[in-house]
Design a protein around this ligand. Structure first.
Ligand code: CU
Length: 111
């Protein structure tokens, strides 16, 4: 009997459980020129939010309002995921790009 098969089945089961769990789910918010997409999002407590730069201009992510201590990403024009954060405390977070605070606003609800 091939002993690798049950191991493979167990591995697939573990991987699918991890990805199916809402608390472990990752959400991606894009930073374009000059907007957040989406501009409002609801996630579950414990969710990880990845911030992906897709534009050409310089942006950042800074907490303006919301539970817990403040945070701010680096300011960069480099494309890709430049910032990621787990949100555990429930509430409404107002996030902005300090370079474009009039147009780049994100409302993140953690429930
Ligand atoms: Cu910006």
């Amino acid at each position: 009997m091939d002993m690798r098969r049950p191991l493979l089945v167990a591995l697939v089961l573990i991987v699918s459980l991890v990805f199916a769990s809402p608390a472990m789910a990752a959400t991606t918010v894009k930073l374009g020129d000059n907007f957040f997409a989406p501009s409002s999002k609801t996630v579950r407590s414990g969710a990880k939010v990845r911030f992906q730069w897709i534009g050409n201009r310089t942006h950042n992510v800074k907490k303006r309002r919301g539970p817990g201590s403040g945070f701010k990403s680096r300011t960069t024009s480099s494309r890709g995921v430049n910032f990621a954060k787990k949100f555990r405390q429930r509430g409404t977070y107002k996030l902005i790009c300090t370079i474009h605070p009039e147009t780049m606003r994100l409302t993140l609800r953690v429930r």
